[in-house]
Design a protein around this ligand. Sequence first.
Ligand code: FES
Length: 92
Amino acid sequence: MDPKKVIICRCEDVTLEDVRRAIEQGYTSWDQIKRALRVGMGPCGGKTCRILVLRELAQKLGVSIDEVKTRPTVVRPPLRATPMKVFAKEGK
Ligand code: FES
């Protein structure tokens, strides 16, 4: 399978090739790869792509997936657009 065509993060359009290149450049944690490629910053908040990136990272580094999972990370809830009428009703 061509890594250029394998989408890892569909929200941010990041391919397997992008992730592999980042790891080869020295990014060794979820947070580092997230900052470099924007994986996990889409509407799903990384629900789909995080485990795929962690799996690739573990494989490339030759460590267990549990080891890369336990590296410090920041998980934030996804943001959604809020219509102004929601705030207007609260102001009445
Ligand atoms: S698939 Fe990566 S943020 Fe949604």
